[in-house]
Design a protein around this ligand. Structure first.
Ligand SMILES: *[C@@H]1O[C@H](CO)[C@@H](O)[C@H](O)[C@H]1NC(C)=O
Ligand SMILES: *[C@@H]1O[C@H](CO)[C@@H](O)[C@H](O)[C@H]1NC(C)=O
Length: 326
């Protein structure tokens, strides 16, 4: 069901795009203004192709590259949803932020049922070789452009809030080594994509942030396998106050940092500009991804957390971010 949902939703996303038309005079070029400040891109995914084209420099699949969408049956790979997104991105000169190769959630039960370390290692390696391999050739087209790396999120949500490693089939069977196994497999499949580890509640300089920095330093001690840390930043109203400290602390891992799933309950202008300023003032912070464009498509729709309202009209937060970047 989830696999079907993600394919259908992606097709729907782009087919209904022209139906929801925002007047282009209301748009000011968010990504253009953000990249003028030295950043790589502001990304999103959307039901509105016109807004994506005008306002965002990269796209990310909400669901279509996840394990349940790409390998719901062992050894049978399905790329229709993610291919659509990748092809659209290439034809529209957008960077692609791949997401996510290994995650304890939206994981088929045949994977969760594995109890043997050698089997699970080979299953992780096969999955990543196929999914990252599917795009290593196609993603190549955006590499010759300066500052246009393609990005893959390898592991999502590896830590508990108290900083210990989360119980999952991956950790329970393989211990911390599953992270190294996954990143090595991704590097083998795509030698130049930026490989990210991604987590939530990294919104202030808290225990989890410190644990993430320590984890990355351990994994990268011998060779740099992890190129970046993603902090999702699904914030509550007023939750922006720790963002600058979080980004500065994450930057201490010595690799890139990105805000990867930004949405803020209530979408107050000051919360949004506080987060943008935190990224601008942290040189390691390379990009922002909004977790959707319009409140109509948000997973947190009732908290109206995005920059565009449910009619695809720019909100006060959008205007404030544009003037902050101007
Ligand atoms: C950390 O949090 C996890 C998940 O809530 C819990 O299972 C574990 O016991 C906690 N560990 C410590 C040392 O508090
Ligand atoms: C984050 O907190 C840790 C532990 O208290 C501290 O050592 C570090 O300097 C802090 N980093 C920043 C950027 O505030």
């Amino acid at each position: 069901m989830l696999k079907l949902f993600s394919i259908v939703s992606l097709a729907a996303i782009f087919q209904c795009a022209s139906a929801a038309a925002t007047s282009s005079t209301a748009l000011s070029g968010l990504n253009t203004k953000f990249t003028a400040k030295g950043k790589l891109f502001w990304a999103s995914f959307s039901a509105n192709e016109a807004i994506l084209e005008s306002e965002f420099g990269a796209v990310t699949p909400e669901n279509s590259m996840k394990w349940d969408a790409t390998e719901s049956t062992q050894g049978t790979f399905t790329f229709s949803g993610s291919d659509y997104l990748v092809d659209w991105a290439i034809s529209n000169s957008k960077i692609i932020r791949g997401h996510t190769l290994v995650w304890h959630s939206q994981l088929p039960s045949w994977v969760s049922a594995i109890t043997d370390a050698a089997t699970l290692t080979s299953v992780i390696q096969t999955h990543i070789a196929n999914v990252a391999g599917q795009y290593s050739g196609k993603l190549y087209v955006c590499r010759p452009l300066p500052l246009r790396p393609c990005i893959l999120t390898i592991y999502s949500e590896v830590l508990n809030d108290n900083g210990t490693l989360r119980s999952s089939v991956f950790y329970d069977v393989l211990g911390e080594s599953f992270i190294t196994i996954a990143f090595k497999a991704a590097r083998a499949a795509d030698s130049t994509a930026k490989l990210y580890i991604n987590d939530y509640n990294l919104d202030s300089n808290n225990t989890k942030v410190q644990a993430m920095v320590a984890l990355v330093k351990r994994i990268n001690a011998d060779e740099q396998l992890i190129d970046g840390i993603g902090t999702q930043m699904h914030l509550s109203a007023g939750g922006s106050s720790g963002a600058a400290a979080a980004l500065a602390a994450l930057a201490e891992a010595g690799i890139d940092v990105a805000i990867t799933e930004l949405d803020i309950a209530g979408a107050s202008a000051s919360d949004y500009t506080t987060v943008v300023d935190a990224c601008l003032s942290t040189s390691a912070c390379v990009s922002i991804t909004s977790w959707g464009v319009s409140d109509a498509n948000s997973w947190r729709a009732s908290s109206t957390p995005l920059l565009f309202d449910s009619d695809y009209e720019p909100k006060a937060a959008y205007t404030a971010v544009i003037s902050d970047l101007s």
